[in-house]
Design a protein around this ligand. Structure first.
Ligand code: ZN
Length: 658
């Protein structure tokens, strides 16, 4: 759909441009946290202490074997032209079964290129149960594709246009589908790089390739990539390139739970350079599409890993989005980024999109960590509904109109990953949710029902009652709104639906933290290790003289604070600043003081608050926790708030007062 593609690459362009550079290490940084987390996760939980992660219980099936293809480079003319091919699951069947979009339409690349008018002779041996086609495809703009049915025995084809050859052999049961062998004459060898090959093979193939693209086969990913970009930006690291994207896809597919459940099809997801420079990055019926001007960035292995490989994991993520249960109205550009965020966090925890991107806050300044800053202030201070919370990507939208910032919408979904998977070591949290989506017939469900089911699924997957978190973050609320997405819809959530959600969640115990909504990559280690705040009553913050005054709290002052809350003289929460806000590492946190700021509280992972700054002569900063009615404190009502515009929000705000 045109509209879909357009919006998709708009977002992707914005995303890549704003990823900031890597920052130097320093105490308390997220990299250390991540390393610790990995260790702790491995040894902590019975479920994760097994030699093999449950995420990888079942190996990915391998069909066509590429292991000997480039073993002897002097003989590739023979090996490429006389090969065995295996069947892969039909694309549509796979999409239906796994509730995803389309995996590769070009499994079984031959690595042979054909010119217009070439006579191609193909001898097919074997007895396939299904129709086999020889595809000649030109991936350049405007592109061309012809499909030629093959029969056992001799086949002769005249190439109608330039393109590479691919063997389309599909069978619902690839395990038992008979292999076929093709002996191909005609055309010229362009090369096919595989995950079995080393750098020497890579360099030879790059040197000899005549086409504008090179075919590449990983274990999970398949690529058609601009040869010029490969020569320029990846002249030597072919093996690392394949490994990078296989790792990326391992993270995505294991998050989906395919190998835990044992349903990985062995099909490849396809990424390709796109020669149409009127496009950017997007996902379409073939997989991930990346404009050739962006290919340099994709194939520069070190750069891609450093930036968290967001663009590719995002577009592949669109293919993997499991629908409709994990892709309902308003979340097309949100749930896709569960994948990107996990990939980004794993590749480079010091530069994570949600936590570390520089972007504007709701009150003006550009800060590092602006996405999360928008989320906590829209959700917890302004009490906006989830999916309508404002953020840097809102443009001129108003709260309640259309949809909120798609990255802000992602924040609580990411927080549930951080808490369950990183802090608690439950690696099956999201896999269980995806499995339940696959196992449930949601075809007749309305958007509101699907959205509410996500909340149930989170509680089921964690065996915890997250309703306080859902209430505080605006995820659980009565609503009747028009959601703008690719195809807009009304979303209705009634009081009865909210009551049913609360009832469902109540079968489980509460999480061990009442302030789950403050968890980020910058403080997840504090939640995991349950680190108490170390009071620093002697620390005297000095607000700056800027239009929006601020002071900076070093990490060793009020150590282990997960967030800072700013209240006015009436005790109303007016701003939240998460640990590490606007700092390159977790060495300190900027605390902003909007007009009327009177008290600042440091918040501990267990919900304790400490007064660290006050303009009141009647109050004193000391080492004792202070009474406070901030978000998540005891009086959270197990009743869904009304969402209807400001009047109900005001009511809710009052209930959150100090
Ligand atoms: Zn997108």
């Amino acid at each position: 759909m045109k509209h879909k593609l357009f919006a998709t690459f708009l977002l992707c362009a914005f995303g890549l441009a704003l990823i900031p550079p890597v920052q130097a290490d320093s105490p308390g940084k997220s990299a250390q946290t991540a390393r610790k987390v990995k260790k702790a996760t491995a040894g902590k939980d019975k479920a994760t202490s097994a030699p093999t992660s449950q995420l990888a219980l079942h190996p990915v099936p391998v069909y066509t074997d590429y292991s000997g293809l480039n073993a002897n480079m002097r003989k590739i003319n023979a090996t490429y032209r006389n090969r065995e091919f295996r069947a892969y699951k039909p694309i549509n069947e796979l999409s239906r079964q796994l509730k995803i979009a389309s995996y590769s339409s070009f499994e079984n690349p031959t690595g042979i290129a054909f010119e217009t008018g070439d006579t191609i002779s193909i001898m097919m041996e074997g007895s396939p149960r299904t129709k086999v086609e020889f595809i000649i495809r030109d991936f350049r703009d405007p592109g061309a594709e012809t499909r030629h049915p093959l029969t056992s025995g001799q086949n002769t084809i005249t190439a109608a246009h330039f393109g590479h050859g691919y063997v389309n052999y599909r069978d619902s049961d690839p395990d038992t589908a008979p292999p076929i062998r093709l002996k191909i004459t005609g055309g010229r060898i362009n090369g096919l790089f595989t995950h079995h090959d080393d750098a020497a093979v890579w360099k030879k193939l790059l040197a000899n390739a005549k086409s504008d693209w090179l075919d590449i086969m990983g274990t999970r990913t398949q690529w058609v990539l601009d040869t010029a970009a490969l020569r320029k930006s990846c002249p030597e690291k072919g093996p690392e390139l394949v490994k990078l994207y296989d790792e990326q896809m391992t993270l995505e597919q294991q998050l989906l739970g395919w190998e835990w459940e044992g349903i990985h099809p062995g099909n490849h997801i396809m990424g390709r350079s796109n020669w149409n420079t009127g496009t950017y990055m997007h996902a379409d019926g073939l997989g991930g599409s990346y404009v050739i001007t962006a290919t340099d960035g994709i194939v520069n292995v070190d750069e891609a890993r450093r930036t968290g490989a967001w663009g590719t994991s995002h577009e592949f993520g669109h293919v993997n989005q499991t629908r409709p249960g994990m892709m309902w109205a308003g979340t097309t550009e949100t749930t896709v980024n569960i994948f990107s965020q996990v990939v980004n966090y794993t590749f480079n925890p010091e530069e994570v999109r949600l936590e570390h991107e520089n972007c504007p806050t709701l009150d003006g300044p550009w800060v590092r960590g602006g996405r999360f800053d928008a989320y906590v202030n829209s959700a917890l201070v302004n009490r906006e509904l989830w999916q309508f919370q404002r953020g840097p990507d809102d443009g001129n939208r108003q709260p309640g109109e259309r949809c909120g910032d798609c990255f802000v919408i992602l924040c609580p979904m990411w927080q549930l990953y951080l808490y369950n998977t990183v802090a608690r070591g439950n690696e099956l949290f999201y896999p269980r949710i995806f499995k339940n989506v696959r196992d449930t017939d949601e075809s007749q469900w309305k958007t509101g029902e699907i959205r509410m089911k996500y909340l149930d699924r989170c509680c089921d997957a964690a065996q915890l009652n997250f309703s306080s978190f859902f209430l505080e973050t605006g995820m659980l609320a009565v609503m009747n709104r028009y959601v703008n997405d690719y195809g807009s819809r009304w979303v209705t959530i009634t009081e009865d639906m909210c009551a049913a959600s609360l009832e469902h969640a109540s079968q489980y115990p509460e999480p061990d933290t009442p302030v789950l909504f403050y968890i980020t990559a910058n403080n997840v280690g504090i939640y995991r290790d349950k680190l108490a705040i170390t009071p620093s009553p002697d620390f005297t913050p000095t607000p700056s003289k800027e239009a929006l005054p601020r002071f900076t709290v070093p990490a060793d002052k009020w150590a282990n604070a997960v967030a800072f809350e700013v209240y006015n003289a009436e005790g109303r929460l007016i701003r939240i600043c998460l640990r590490g806000l606007n700092q390159k590492d977790n060495s300190s946190t900027d605390v902003f003081l909007p007009a009327g700021a009177a008290d600042v509280m440091a918040v501990s992972w267990d919900g304790k608050r400490y007064l660290i700054y006050t303009t009141s002569k009647d109050k004193k900063v000391d080492a004792q926790p202070d009474a406070c009615q901030g978000p998540g404190t005891s009086t959270v009502k197990k009743k869904a708030p009304e969402s209807k515009k400001s009047s109900s929000k005001k009511k809710k705000k009052k209930s959150s007062r100090k």
